[in-house]
Design a protein around this ligand. Structure first.
Ligand SMILES: Cc1cc2nc3c(=O)[nH]c(=O)nc-3n(C[C@H](O)[C@H](O)[C@H](O)COP(=O)(O)OP(=O)(O)OC[C@H]3O[C@@H](n4cnc5c(N)ncnc54)[C@H](O)[C@@H]3O)c2cc1C
Length: 416
């Protein structure tokens, strides 16, 4: 392989964003990707169920300001300007709540979650569970929502880190697949698949990147792997300021978030006009189900936080059974006979991802800010965890890739 000016490690949304920025500037680069596909945590599964569904990101969050909406329009991806409360339902104490009960639950969960941004931004840097009352009637559901949004447990997640996210409360699902969109954005970029990086040696004027098939030398390297991959030691950083950054990353792990997609015959999901919703079997046993008009015969279960971690540790069958048990509670045990196929995700066990998305540990928001602001010279970092205002999202990852690539090119005076 001839030596490019820049090596980008990872072909997820951040790596693709970095590649597009360098391509626009005419700077030679290559993207080295460990897995056999582009997209990382953006992955539209088109094979396991016969209906394409997103194993990772699916919603264009902050859609009114999300830079990927332009890409979606340009590449003909389809999305829905959806209102989620139209279909939101709550199954609790043996049945679906009526419309008034549902509205009360919505008011009592979303209002405090939306207010979190203001409360949580204030010092000191405590956990989410310290700034939100999780002991009340809606405590179990609130906990579940916070787990889905941070991928950690509220006791562990920094409230101030969470509040960094600048939510515009506009979220649109990508009907044609978010993973598919990222893959199409990468078409034409020089990506080498099945090429895991084992080590990065940061010299003063060059960087040496070791792969299983030899090494590459470049003026700069942009690392876009998840914080759990950085924490795992799978990539050895032999020296330099990039290596020092790893101490900060230790405080910003990825949590856990798994989905189980279930294909059923017929349409058992229409309940009193509402379609998906949260099935709460017990205070700490909630599964969120997404039933979408554009996925005929498909329901997708969402499970996050330590529940997802524990189920992942027991294996895919345990994860599927957890979802199926809640499905049968919500839509009647007969629905089990209608199940045709089940497909679980495996983000926790994927060694090239190792979790869902990042959160700062309670008390550690300073580490998150410091790692984003650090100048690590010719080995720079990008990815969802390195986005100050859009952490944990695909558009945050993409924008961080673009911004970091621009900064590296300017700092090193890289030209076409
Ligand atoms: C279940 C789930 C649901 C989500 N839902 C949403 C949503 O609805 N909307 C939203 O905006 N976001 C969502 N997210 C978050 C979003 O998917 C991520 O924030 C984003 O895709 C991360 O992109 P990234 O480029 O930072 O990292 P990644 O996508 O992890 O990309 C890093 C790449 O590096 C590669 N890599 C790792 N190790 C090596 C190595 N040694 N050598 C070479 N390559 C390596 C990996 O294979 C990967 O392709 C969700 C995530 C999950 C898991």
């Amino acid at each position: 392989m001839s030596d490019p000016a820049v090596v980008i490690v990872g072909a997820g949304a951040a790596g693709v964003g970095a590649g597009l920025e360098l391509q626009a500037r005419g700077i030679p680069f290559v993207i080295l990707e460990a897995q056999g596909r582009v997209g990382g945590r953006a992955f539209t599964d088109k094979t396991s169920l016969g209906v394409a569904w997103d194993q990772g990101c699916h919603w264009l969050h902050c859609a009114d300001v999300n830079p990927l909406v332009d890409w979606a329009d340009r590449l003909g991806a389809t999305y829905l300007k959806d209102r989620r409360d139209d279909w939101f339902g709550v199954w609790r104490d043996g049945g679906w709540m009526d419309k008034a009960g549902r509205q009360r639950v919505l008011d009592e969960t979303w209002a405090p979650i939306m207010a979190l941004a203001d409360i949580a931004a204030r010092p000191p840097d405590v956990s989410l569970s310290k700034v939100m009352d999780l002991s009340g009637q809606q405590g179990g559901l609130l906990r579940h929502w916070l787990q889905l949004m941070s991928s950690g447990d509220p006791e562990a997640v920094s409230a101030r880190g969470y509040a960094d996210y600048e939510d515009t409360e506009t979220n649109w699902p990508v009907v044609s697949g978010y993973g598919d969109l990222i893959e199409r954005m990468a078409a034409g970029l020089p990506v080498r698949l099945n090429t895991p990086i084992a080590a990065i040696d940061q010299g003063a004027n060059h960087v040496r990147i070791e792969t299983a098939n030899g090494h590459v030398k470049a003026r700069a390297c942009i690392v876009t792997v998840s914080t759990n991959v950085l924490r795992s030691g799978n990539i050895r950083f032999s020296r330099g300021s990039a290596r020092e950054l790893l101490d900060l990353v230790e405080d910003v792990p990825c949590g856990w978030y798994e989905k189980v997609a279930i294909r059923v015959s017929g349409d058992p999901f229409a309940v009193e006009g509402q379609r998906g919703g949260s099935v709460q079997l017990a205070n700490d046993h909630v599964v969120n189900f997404q039933v979408s008009p554009y996925w005929p015969g498909l329901v997708v279960a969402h499970i996050a936080g330590s529940t997802a971690r524990e189920l992942a540790a027991q294996g895919p069958d345990a994860l599927c059974e957890h979802a199926l048990e809640a499905l049968a509670a919500g839509w009647g045990s007969a629905v089990r006979k209608q199940v045709q196929a089940v497909a679980p995700t495996g983000w926790t066990d994927n060694p090239h991802v190792g979790g869902a998305y990042s959160y700062a540990k309670a008390g550690c928001v300073g580490s998150r800010h410091a790692m984003i602001e650090a100048d690590t010279g010719n080995v720079a970092f990008a990815g969802e965890a390195f986005s100050r205002k859009w952490q944990a999202t695909a558009h945050g990852a993409y924008q961080s890739g673009r911004d970091v690539a621009g900064r590296v090119a300017d700092a090193l005076k890289l030209t076409a």
